[in-house]
Design a protein. Structure first.
Length: 130
């Protein structure tokens, strides 16, 4: 039995929204061209459009996974690892292109804490008493 609450579900929706906005709006639809410049800086400029759109589609798929609730703990760990890795690389390779520069890492850390607290504190797995 899981302890899903309305708060947990609402936070899941907010987290998924962040992934959808970054994936669909910023990358796939390219409303924020800065993302292509970040990808070019990190991966090279050979196939920037392809890689940016592939990353965007992956972010949309992450949002769908979050909303599905399937393997939510594995999902939370995956999100945390992806966000930490991505932001570490951006911090050292493309900080000047980030919305808040190196301070972006603070917002990434807060987002990681939100994901962790939502899954591992608010969504505790209840163990049946024997």
């Amino acid at each position: 039995m899981t302890g899903k609450t309305k708060t947990n579900k609402a936070i899941n929706f907010i987290i998924a929204s962040v992934w959808i906005i970054n994936g669909l709006i910023c990358k796939v639809l390219n409303f924020v061209p800065r993302h292509e410049r970040i990808v070019a800086r990190i991966l090279g400029s050979g196939h920037t459009v392809f890689f940016t759109k592939a990353i965007g589609i992956s972010e949309i798929l992450m949002a769908i996974w979050i909303l599905s609730g399937v393997k939510s703990r594995i999902n939370a760990v995956a999100q945390i690892v992806i966000i930490a890795t991505m932001n570490t690389i951006e911090f050292f390779r493309a900080a000047d292109l980030l919305l808040w520069g190196k301070a972006n890492s603070i917002f990434a850390f807060i987002f990681i804490l939100l994901i962790y607290c939502n899954e591992f504190i608010l969504n505790r797995k209840l163990v049946p008493q024997t």
